[in-house]
Design a protein around this ligand. Sequence first.
Ligand SMILES: Cc1ncc(COP(=O)(O)O)c(C=O)c1O
Length: 425
Amino acid sequence: MSLIERDKEFVWHPFTQHKTAGDHLEIVKASGVTLFDAEGKEYIDANSSWWVNVHGHAHPHIGKAISDQFNAIDHVVFAGVTHPKAVELAERIVGKCPENLKKVFFSDNGSTAIEVGLKMAFQYFHNLEKPRRKVVALNGAYHGDTFGAMSVGQRGYFNAPFEPFFFDVDYLEFPTADNQEAILAKARELFATQEVAVLILEPLVQGAAGMRMYSPEMLDQLTAIVHQYGSLVIFDEVMTGFGRTGKLFSMDHCQNKPDIVAFSKGLTAGVMALGLTVASQEIFDAFLSEEKTKAFLHGHSFTANPIACAVACANLDLFEEPATIENMEALVNWGTEFKKELASLKNVRNTRQTGTIVAFDIDTGEGDTYFSDIRERAYSYFLENGVLLRPLGNTLFVNPPYSISRAEYSKITDAILGFLRSVEA
Ligand SMILES: Cc1ncc(COP(=O)(O)O)c(C=O)c1O
């Protein structure tokens, strides 16, 4: 049996309707920003392998961190035990976060980092014996696929079967040019009740909703309202963290800082599964007690896996190299040029950019929907042209690893322009 046949026989893929799905692409090697299929055909990794990769694949510094750590400690329980790479990572992350964020909790991925943040927020008020049970999120949000994360996400076709099991959430409209005053008024109304524990949001860019962008000024105003009424703010930096917005974190663009922040994806350069939830000292202190039940009774088998922590530290080494920052800046400039080129096309709408992410919507005449048929046509066209780019419905976006060269970036933009001209004709 071929690999594809064995895949069909044994594997259940994410977000896949197996009855109608075609063959999966068989990738056998990845190096730099290039993926190689079984026939040796090359593809540029235009969306950084689900938005995770930041320095290119098979980076030698990351590879060395993996092998060195494997030979030192591969894995060890993290309750009652600590190890050098977990402590190093926590210390370095706290050093890069805003001053109020002081304590690092380890988990396995973006969804679990969010679950941990929500549980911390709920238990914070519980421990203070002033329980607050309400949660506010933004329309269009995506925070992951575990139950808490789904509960605070956009309700709809992705999670309809589970909706009866979700906790109640109030949603604010997604900020656009003309609804901001109304959103702020609604936020004041919700938070003034002093019943809301937490506002959770994707700062500056909503990823899965179609790379929708809003300003740091708006985010600052929302955070200020939440804090005015003693509620907490969680920034979900799972996608925006580690350079995507042009600074290390989205919160670096903001004056008002969150109480809890969740990281994953680029945290390990996109190589190992790891999530971090960083909380303020004030939150941590609310868990200190003679009573054991006031502790945060949460953990995972692979909490603070030493190899993942070592990779995250190696990732931070690379972010401390001037060349990484220069590459990121170059990528931001190429994105701005590309955005200008797109603006002249008739079937392109809402061209937008935050840092290294450029996104736009294709005007298909049928409105915006994840299930737009343009998605399949675009995806196949890009594959034929040596680019792996997964549109979100009729939204196309480019967010490659920062190590991409000018020529490789042009290969992506040429394929996109070629596709847009082909559908315009
Ligand atoms: C903003 C955001 N939060 C959370 C998640 C969930 O992360 P994971 O897929 O690692 O569980 C994602 C994944 O795309 C995300 O984009």
